[in-house]
Design a binder for this molecule. Structure first.
Ligand code: PRT
Ligand code: ZN
Length: 283
């Protein structure tokens, strides 16, 4: 049995739970307890505030955790980041009041910067050789300049809407974050085995997310050309159709290339193209 800490409520909770479901780990969170068992996997879920997750994993109270990379970096505790999970994407940026005469990092020398991420900020300031005053604030950092508590802020940005509505302009993107799976550094062999199974399943879920299943009718004469356009895991599946001179071709494509491939396939006579989501890919 291995314990996995996830955020109890907040931005990462829903997608953490969804990812666990996607990899076949059902959790009974209907009564939202502190601890929940997975009936079909040797894992127990520990719900907590995201701030505490790096610490419980580092101490071994939980073997694993799902948390923003920003929290891991800020806490500076020793844990292994074992997978990037592709959600909770954001950055930590410096922002200054609109209309400030910002002319580069040196602008911050001697200024007061409000943040909940003093360590990450200090590291960046040191790298730039700048001395500034760090004002540690937890929550509503964006109002600090208007309240004259600070001259600038260093805070999480995703859409940028919060900055705009507080009259601030993002000037330096310092740290890029997303949700990550972290692990205690001293897992025993049994825990490692469970972690490997989780990583294998996450890998397959992440690959499937970026891929689409595509099938189409194709003149038999165009099969060779289509195979060049659609190199599948081994090679595309081709099946004859009842209509003479036609076949059905099936393959898997990267979502990023999808429209480009469709254009090329139509140009060589493909018809009735279907694009389907993939539930799992096991390479
Ligand atoms: O209660 P608990 O301590 O567990 O939660 P929390 O309030 O500390 O964290 P929470 O739930 O707000 O965020 C959890 C994690 O989500 C963060 O540590 C980041 O890794 C990630 N994340 C992704 C974000 C955002 N996007 C985000 N936009 N965390 C916070 N924000 C804030 C940001 O500070 C801004 O004030 O959301 C506001 C809106 O952002 P814009 O740019 O979209 O307007
Ligand atoms: Zn928090």
């Amino acid at each position: 049995m291995l314990r996995l800490a996830i955020q109890s409520k907040g931005r990462l909770n829903e997608e953490s739970t969804a990812l666990l479901r996607e990899i076949g780990i059902d959790i009974d969170d209907s009564r939202r307890k502190f601890l929940a068992q997975a009936p079909n996997f040797p894992i127990e879920i520990l719900y907590m505030r995201d701030d505490d997750i790096p610490q419980v994993v580092s101490a071994g109270t939980a073997a694993l955790g799902i948390v923003g990379l920003n929290e891991v970096e800020e806490r500076g505790l020793s844990v292994d980041v074992v997978a990037r999970l592709g959600f909770g994407g954001c950055r930590i940026s410096l922002a200054v009041p609109k209309g400030a005469d910002y002319d580069g990092p040196k602008w911050f020398a001697g200024k007061r910067i409000a943040t909940s991420y003093p360590k990450i900020l200090k590291k960046w300031l040191d790298e730039q050789g700048i001395e500034a005053r760090i004002e540690i604030i937890t929550g509503s950092v964006e109002i600090a300049p208007a309240a004259d508590i600070a001259d600038a802020i260093f805070d999480i940005v995703s859409s940028g809407g919060t900055l705009v509505s507080n009259g601030l302009v993002e000037v330096e993107k310092v740290f890029f974050s997303e949700a990550v799976l972290i692990a205690n550094k001293e897992l025993d062999a049994q825990a490692r085995g469970i972690l490997d199974e989780i990583l294998f399943r996450i890998d397959s879920a992440m690959v499937s997310r970026r891929k689409k299943y595509i099938l189409m009718n194709l003149p038999t004469s165009a099969v060779e050309e289509a195979t060049r356009i659609l190199p599948a895991m081994r090679s595309p599946t081709v099946m004859p159709l009842a209509a003479e001179g036609w076949c059905s071709m099936h393959s898997v494509v990267d979502e990023a290339d999808l429209w480009d491939k469709i254009r090329q396939l139509k140009a060589i006579g493909a018809e009735g193209i279907l694009v389907l989501n993939i539930d799992k890919i096991i390479p």
